[in-house]
Design a protein around this ligand. Structure first.
Ligand SMILES: Nc1nc2c(ncn2[C@@H]2O[C@H](COP(=O)(O)OP(=O)(O)OP(=O)(O)O)[C@@H](O)[C@H]2O)c(=O)[nH]1
Ligand SMILES: [Mg+2]
Length: 227
């Protein structure tokens, strides 16, 4: 065998080893990150959802002042579930969990979203614009809850409303960041010069409807195990 051939073979083996190491490290990283964050404004139904996923039962709740953390098994897979209070003075603490977060379920009350669009969009904006959420490509599910109520808006409508509101917020937030040189790690959302669309962000953002009250959570469970 001549030298040239030997060198080519050595390079091929080297490349193969490198690819294997990278693939393995990515795989283990994904395995280690098994925290699912339940976020959303107050009264969306996060704690009720948390308790249903954890115990399979519906329980009365009061507005949370502290996060709930526990293990849940969905489709034979174990997840660390964290239910963050929606209270606006506590909810920012969700950022502490982002390094170990596998996915985010952002719960929305489909019956009050018209009235609540500003605070809901602000919170969602905050989550999506976090540089760590973007760099880790954390998948986000918008769970449009309380679909059992006749006043619940359809998912497509909620999606458009949120896009429109985030688009509006983006203008003012960009101006604010430029003025204050904010130390918050915030990335620009979507494409500059184009109206905001969820399709424009790098991580996947999906929408489903669900009803914790009716124990209709398959859309949420399926998503959690699929990402
Ligand atoms: N109709 C209906 N009511 C629901 C549903 N899910 C939750 N609720 C009710 O919504 C209210 C608020 O639920 P919680 O789970 O406490 O809300 P939360 O998101 O944890 O609120 P905070 O802890 O304040 O952030 C409760 O009265 C629940 O019974 C649902 O699917 N349908
Ligand atoms: Mg709660």
């Amino acid at each position: 065998m001549d030298n040239a051939l030997l060198i080519k073979a050595a390079i091929a083996v080297g490349v193969l080893l490198l690819v294997t190491v990278i693939a393995l490290s990515l795989f283990t990283k994904k395995q280690n990150k098994n925290t699912v964050l339940l976020l959303g404004t107050s009264d969306a139904g996060k704690t009720t959802m948390y308790l249903l996923l954890k115990n399979g039962q519906l329980r009365p709740t009061v507005s949370s002042m502290k996060e709930n953390e526990g293990q849940v098994t969905i489709a034979n897979k174990l997840f660390e579930l964290v239910d963050m209070p929606g209270h606006d003075r506590i909810r920012f603490r969700y950022a502490d969990f982002l390094p170990v977060t596998r996915s985010i379920v952002f719960v929305v009350d489909s019956t009050t979203i018209s009235r609540q669009i500003r605070p809901v969009a602000e919170y969602l904006y905050d989550v999506l614009a976090k540089t760590i959420v973007q760099s880790q490509r954390t998948p986000v599910l918008i769970a449009c809850n309380k679909s059992d109520m006749i006043t619940a808006l359809p998912v497509e409508k909620i999606k458009v409303m949120l896009e429109t509101e985030i688009n509006r917020l983006r203008g003012t937030r960009t101006a604010r960041v430029e003025q204050q040189e904010s130390d918050e790690q915030e990335a620009f959302l979507g494409y500059e010069g184009e109206d905001f669309k969820f399709d424009h962000v790098d991580n996947s953002v999906e929408f489903v409807s669900c009803s914790v009250e009716n124990k209709e959570l398959d859309t949420v469970k399926d998503w959690i195990v699929s990402v």
